[in-house]
Every structure is written in structure tokens, then in C-alpha cells.
Design a protein around this ligand. Structure first.
Ligand SMILES: Nc1ncnc2c1ncn2[C@@H]1O[C@H](COP(=O)(O)OP(=O)(O)O)[C@@H](O)[C@H]1O
Ligand SMILES: [Mg+2]
Length: 363
């Protein structure tokens, strides 16, 4: 079986390392503090937090704010998840006292519940009742962990929803709240700005990529089952992906497939790379056509040059004008996740996209 996995959360044999991070996350969750984990997309936040909480033997609920549409929907989805971990009979006692009673249907075959609030209900009250319910159900011995994934999207869900959440959460002594976010600038705004409702609400923990040596030994130990050149293969993969967890897994997965098929196996990494670029061609092209000229110029520059995109040299070479304009464009590209900032400076997030741009230019 292909030993690499990308796209969804990774567990067990697919999960590697993060030893220090696991320790840190655990220690925060074992205290009475809240936790904020931030990193660019697909570095492994969700995988990390789920690994830790599953090992803790405590109840947890996990909600991805990207798929929540309104504050009432948030309240309903929270309730749905609570119904999965606490007996319905127990919950009923509490829900009876809600100021606005949700409609709850239960599938008699699976016992799954489906909760909803009427769209016109007064938001703060609904959220307050649901969040307070979480705190009531939780106990000191087995504190509930509530995970809000992609928390930066709270701003899209409703006006002032963050204020409401914070004002209820601050009274909850029995819960550890965890916030994950893929947008570091926004997360700083939410948790570090004095005026923000969540100012200093929890321990802010930025995570980086998995280090090169760690991810390399993960690759080597698996590739040696299929090739004798495991070291060279792992090295070339990482030269392309710069140890980005997701892209590394994706490239490794494709290399493994090629080695298995034995066609293109004389340079499996190069063949895999070409395959991935071809595979994404339509998406990349569509994406490219959504960009304004300045974004195009910056991305082309970053695909060909290692110079800092904020340098005057870069600006001159790629016909960009004032560095202040470049700076604001880079900020936008970072918000959208196409550019990330690493120890090395600014980088195009997706190494395959970077190569696609190069290929198109050189064609
Ligand atoms: N600890 C890890 N070990 C191996 N691969 C990982 C690890 N963490 C993340 N990955 C890779 O990155 C991908 C994205 O991980 P995910 O947890 O969804 O990231 P995030 O929540 O930060 O977007 C996974 O599907 C997997 O391929
Ligand atoms: Mg995630």
C-alpha cells in the first residue's frame, strides 16, 4: 500500500514527529488555559490537535468554521456535536430551559441528531445558551475541549460574533477552547490587538514545517521498501517541497506510484513532478486568470528569482514600481494563501504552482 497520504488529516503511521509540539499542546490542554495554533494552510494543525485530543481520554468537539454560514448555524452545529458525545436525555433537561428552543430531529436508525434554529432568531441569545450548555455538561475531572478550526472565518460568519463568543467563553471554567487558524496575520489581529475581544485569551502557538531531517527520515524509512535509492529520492523530493508537510506527502505519494508501476522510474521524482503539474494544469490556469497584473508579475518574479520581492532589484527586474505597492500586493497574496512567509523569507506556497509558472513562461 502507498505509505503516503495527503489532503485529509493524518494519523497513526502517516503521522510523523511533531514531538515538541505534541508536548506543548498537551501541557496547555492539561492546564486551565486556552490554546491558539497558527500556521499557513496544510502544515498540520488539524492533524496535530486531533492526535493530541484523541490520546487524552476527554470529551472534545471539533468544528470547522469554514463550513458554517451564520451564527445560528454555528449554534446548531455545536449542539449537533454535543449530542454525539453526551446522552440526549441529559441534554434535554438543559435544552428545555433555552430561551429559544431549537428543532431537533433524531434519525431512529443511526440516532444521529439534526438541530436547527429558525433563521430569524436573535443570535446572541442562541449562542449564549448553547455555549453555556457546553460549560454545564463539562466536568472538572474530564474537561471538555472545544476546537474551532479555521477560526479566522469567524469574521465572515456574522458581525460581532467574535465579541459574543468571547463574552460567554470568558466565564467558562470547565472548558479548554482551542482555536486553529491558517491566516497568521488575522490571528494576530484577533488575539494580539488590544482592542480585539480575544486579546490575550490563550496561549498563542505558531507551528512551522516539520524539520527537514525529521521529514527526511520519514521518507527514507518508507522508500527503502521500494527502492535502493531511498536517500537520493527523499533528498530530491525535499529540494522541491522545502519540507512542506502536505506537498511533501503529495509528491512522495506520486513518486511511490511511479516506482510501483516502474515506468518513468529512472528519474521518478522528475516524472512525478511533471505528472502533478499536468494534473493541476486546469486549476492553475483558472487561478492564474483571476490575478491582477501586479500579482502576476510578483509571482513570475518569485518563480525565477531568489531575491526578496521587497527589494528594489526585484522591483526593477520584474517591472513592478514602488515597493510599497509590492508590499500591499504580497500581503493580499498571503491572505489568500498563495504566498507564505518562512525562515527563508517570502515563498510561493505551492511548489508545483511555482514550477507551472516557470514552465509556462519558458514554453
Ligand atoms: N505530522 C505529520 N506527519 C506527516 N504528514 C503530515 C503531518 N502533518 C500534516 N501532514 C501532511 O499535511 C497535510 C495537511 O495536514 P492538516 O492537518 O490538514 O493541515 P492544516 O490543518 O494545517 O491545514 C496532511 O494531509 C498530510 O499530508
Ligand atoms: Mg486544518
Amino acid at each position: 500500500m502507498n505509505p503516503f497520504k495527503f489532503g485529509s488529516i493524518v494519523e497513526e503511521s502517516y503521522f510523523t514527529n511533531r514531538v515538541k509540539e505534541i508536548k506543548k499542546v498537551r501541557s496547555v490542554l492539561e492546564s486551565e488555559n486556552h490554546l491558539i495554533i497558527s500556521s499557513p494552510r496544510r502544515y498540520g494543525k488539524t492533524s496535530l490537535i486531533l492526535k493530541v485530543v484523541k490520546e487524552l481520554d476527554r470529551p472534545f468537539i471539533d468544528i470547522d468554521l469554514q463550513i458554517i454560514t451564520t451564527p445560528e448555524d454555528l449554534a446548531a452545529q455545536l449542539l449537533n456535536r454535543i449530542c454525539r458525545i453526551y446522552p440526549f436525555e441529559k441534554m434535554k433537561q438543559f435544552i428545555k430551559h433555552f430561551r429559544i428552543i431549537p428543532s431537533i430531529s433524531i434519525n431512529p436508525l443511526t440516532s444521529e441528531t439534526d438541530v436547527s434554529f429558525r433563521a430569524s432568531t436573535y443570535t446572541p441569545v442562541v449562542l449564549e445558551d448553547v455555549l453555556n450548555l457546553l460549560n454545564k455538561l463539562s466536568t472538572v475531572e474530564k474537561r471538555l475541549i472545544v476546537i474551532f478550526d479555521e477560526f479566522q472565518d469567524i469574521k465572515k460568519i456574522g458581525k460581532d460574533t467574535d465579541h459574543y463568543l468571547r463574552s460567554y467563553m470568558q466565564h467558562h471554567k470547565n472548558i479548554n477552547y482551542v482555536f486553529l487558524s491558517s491566516q497568521e496575520s488575522l490571528i494576530r489581529e484577533i488575539f494580539e490587538k488590544k482592542k480585539s475581544p480575544f486579546y490575550h485569551f490563550g496561549f498563542l502557538f505558531p507551528i512551522g514545517k516539520i524539520t527537514r531531517s525529521e521529514i527526511k527520515s520519514y521518507l527514507v524509512s518508507r522508500f527503502k521498501k521500494i527502492t535502493s535509492k531511498q536517500d537520493a529520492v527523499a533528498g530530491s523530493i525535499l529540494n522541491i517541497t522545502h519540507s512542506h508537510p502536505y506537498y511533501t506527502q503529495q509528491l512522495a505519494f506520486t513518486v511511490w506510484e511511479i516506482l510501483e508501476k516502474k515506468s518513468g522510474a529512472d528519474n521518478p521524482v522528475q516524472s512525478a513532478l511533471e505528472e502533478l503539474i499536468r494534473y493541476h494544469d486546469i486549476d492553475y490556469e483558472r487561478l492564474w486568470n483571476t490575478f491582477i497584473r501586479t500579482y502576476m508579475k510578483i509571482l513570475i518574479g518569485m518563480s525565477f528569482s531568489d531575491k526578496s520581492p521587497l527589494s528594489e532589484d526585484f522591483s526593477r527586474q520584474f517591472d513592478l514600481g514602488a515597493t510599497s505597492t509590492v508590499y500591499s500586493s504580497i500581503k493580499k497574496l498571503m491572505q489568500k494563501g498563495y504566498v507564505v512567509r518562512t525562515e527563508k523569507g517570502y515563498e510561493i506556497d505551492d511548489p508545483f504552482f511555482k514550477r507551472w509558472i516557470r514552465e509556462r513562461r519558458l514554453r
